[in-house]
Design a protein. Sequence first.
Length: 132
Amino acid sequence: MFRAIGRAIARGFRALVRSAIGRAFLQIAICATAPHACAPAVGAMTLAAGGSATDALKATAFAFASQMVWTEVGFHVRDAGIASNIVAKSAVHGVVGGALSMAQGGTFVDGFVANGVGAAAGIAGLSFRMTG
């Protein structure tokens, strides 16, 4: 009985890892619950998606560097007192996101828009929850 349960779990996990959406959910779950495991999870998901060991190593290194950059950005935003300023925080997140996007081979505009809008939405949502 336990062997059958183990096989069912293994089949479910393989199906999850084969799906791009499944890998995204799994990576989000890992990064949200265990930040120290986030970069290795990115590498593992790269391998699961069919990437080479070199691709996985690059993805892991970039995820680690990106995590460190965003941690520092958070400290500086907090220390500068702009954490609740929607325009300033969005601009900072946009610039950093744009630079990280370029470092990964994307465009500055894509990274700027995604991160700037994300920061603005986060602040607006928090403000709405606190007042509404």
